[in-house]
Design a protein around this ligand. Structure first.
Ligand code: GCO
Ligand code: MN
Ligand code: MN
Length: 385
């Protein structure tokens, strides 16, 4: 059978070492799968057709490794990357696992912890640059609180800004031309995480010393956990030129951070997200990596992990084809055009003509959103081509 949805390097699909490397441990149970080495992961990802792999510093180099150990690990990893033709477009820093970060990294009350975190991020950025990364993600998993008795959130936000300002200035001074992508999450592992959504991050960026080098890394699971629309978050980021990276996965509302296979929940949300990223409904497409920040169900063995990885990419590709079909469908276009009346820019002329506007007449007209949405559903289900 011919594969109608072959994955190619042009798709720019990436996975984190921590995603396919996830061993299925949860707060109630230990690992169910063997550890895969970074080199094994690179080979496995290349085999399923991924374009690149992303990493936290400690996914590759265990904390406390000696300099010679570090160099040996990095050179082995680089060899595997070049043998497999794999890229490392993004790197990030683990600022959450070590107990020193129990009350935050950039927002820790203790200035020594903040200094340690910034230094760790600098070392991780150097590693990223050595591997060819052009985007650095910051996910502040521990930057939050269970009680606001311990510190004033305004101090925390100020410390967060100070750390990022330092990292931006230092990175610029090295002449690396990197971009920073800030990733929001409402909670988990903290009770409440500061700058809880992509919208919070977009505002925070405007308060930094170098806002132009900072953008966002929205994640499906995180916006959904907050009960928000990932499509709207991504659209807002795209609209202001701030979509620097994206974490694709799936999530059910009201649950813990599930990080499920892309498209495995809320297929309609995934469809409209892919439509946005691919630009089939208008505006330029997103050109950055399509990164999957997800992991296989705990029921799976290693083979199931590769099923999971293939599934993420395949669903994305199928949805891209379906989105194109939806936007090319004459009935869809007809409904959209029939609603397009009155899109004149708001200006003096439009405001001057308001006397002629009959609000009651306009209000009687239905917009055919039911039919349009049904058409989207039928395209998603593949019954309309
Ligand atoms: C999570 C986050 C992380 C980050 C990763 C990269 O909820 O655990 O999504 O997976 O994306 O640490 O910074
Ligand atoms: Mn997540
Ligand atoms: Mn993420």
């Amino acid at each position: 059978m011919i594969d109608q949805y072959p994955v190619t390097a042009a798709d720019r699909f990436t996975f984190g070492l921590w995603t396919v490397g996830n061993r299925g441990a949860d707060p109630f149970g230990s690992a169910v799968r063997p550890a895969l080495s970074p080199v094994e992961i690179v080979k496995g990802l290349a085999k399923v057709g991924a374009w690149g792999v992303n990493l936290h510093d400690n996914d590759l180099i265990p904390m406390g490794s000696s300099a010679p150990e570090r160099d040996r690990i990095v050179s082995e990893f680089k060899r595997a990357l070049s043998d497999c033709g794999m890229q490392v477009p993004m790197a990030t820093t683990n600022l959450f696992s070590h107990p020193v970060f129990k009350d935050g990294a950039f927002t820790a009350g203790d200035s020594r912890v903040r200094a340690f975190a910034v230094r760790k991020a600098m070392t991780a950025i150097e590693l990223g640059v050595e591997l060819g990364a052009t985007t650095i993600v910051f996910w502040g998993g521990r930057e939050g609180s269970e009680t606001d008795a311990l510190k004033d959130p305004r101090d925390a936000i100020r410390w967060y800004r100070e750390s990022l300002n330092h990292l931006c200035a230092w990175t610029k001074a090295q002449g690396w031309g990197l971009r920073f992508a800030l990733e929001a999450k409402p909670n988990e592992p903290r009770g409440d995480i500061y700058l809880a959504t992509t919208g919070h991050m977009l505002h925070f960026i405007t308060t930094l010393d170098h806002p132009q080098m900072c953008g966002v890394n929205p994640e499906v699971a995180h916006e959904t956990m907050a009960g928000l629309s990932m499509v709207h978050a991504v659209a807002q980021a795209m609209e202001c030129g701030k979509l620097f990276h994206i974490d694709l996965n799936a999530q059910r509302i009201g649950k813990y951070d599930q990080d499920l296979r892309f498209g495995s929940e809320d297929l309609k949300g995934a469809f409209f997200l892919v439509r946005l990223l691919e630009g089939t409904g208008g505006y330029p497409a997103y050109t950055g990596p399509r990164h999957f920040d997800a992991h296989a169900y705990r029921t799976e063995d290693v083979e199931g992990v590769w099923d999971f990885a293939r599934g993420c990419m395949r669903t994305y590709k199928i949805l891209a084809v379906r989105a194109r079909a939806f936007d090319g469908d004459p009935e869809v276009q007809g409904i959209l055009q029939s609603n397009a009346g009155g899109t004149a820019a708001l200006g003096d002329a439009a405001l001057g003509g308001t006397a002629q506007i009959d609000p009651d007449a306009i209000a009687t007209r239905g917009l055919r959103a039911e039919r349009l949405d049904q058409l989207a559903i039928e395209h998603i289900m593949g019954v309309r081509q």
